[in-house]
Design a protein around this ligand. Structure first.
Ligand SMILES: [Zn+2]
Length: 164
């Protein structure tokens, strides 16, 4: 049970008696404990009803925080501040798992990181400690909950967020 659902849960309990008896209190605490789930907010698009097509795609620059680092030979280069960072894709891939889905394909990776070559995507995905399901073109990659849980919650950057 999530903290936000507790008021409703209590509200929906029988209200025939003005006060709860000891037995009823015990029953209530038992059912709250039974309904408990660990808080796991990912993927956030699903949880928040956001269309993943509305997210701004691309690799974020750690220095200026702008999205759109370009893949150059074995590294990433920011077109805004010109910073180069070899591991910039790691955060982007983590963000994909936090926001979009539980299994990433090569094509998901290329589209989210804005890279063209599937070999590059394969290399980047294989360099991370992801679980691989299947082989070759059909391979899917999964990030463990442990890896995601250690991460600070990010807030999705949504296209046209000014639109009401
Ligand atoms: Zn930058």
């Amino acid at each position: 049970m999530y903290p936000s659902s507790i008021p409703n849960f209590i509200w929906n309990q029988s209200r025939k008696a003005a006060f709860l008896s000891t037995n009823q209190l015990e029953e209530l605490s038992k059912s709250i404990l039974k309904a408990h789930k660990d808080y796991y907010p990912y993927p956030m698009c699903k949880a928040w009803g956001i269309d993943s097509n509305d997210l701004i795609k691309g690799v974020r620059c750690k220095v200026c925080n702008k999205i759109g680092m370009r893949r150059v030979i074995r590294t990433w280069k920011c077109p805004h501040c010109l910073n180069q960072h070899k591991d910039a894709h790691i955060l982007a891939i983590k963000e994909w798992f936090m926001l979009v889905g539980e299994e990433m394909t090569n094509s998901d990776c290329r589209s989210f990181l804005k890279i063209e070559k599937s070999q590059t995507a394969t290399r980047l995905l294989q360099s991370m400690k992801l679980k691989t399901i299947g082989e070759g073109k059909g391979a899917k990659y999964k990030m463990s909950r442990k890896m995601l849980n250690g991460h600070k919650i990010i807030y999705p950057v949504i296209k046209n967020s000014m639109r009401s």
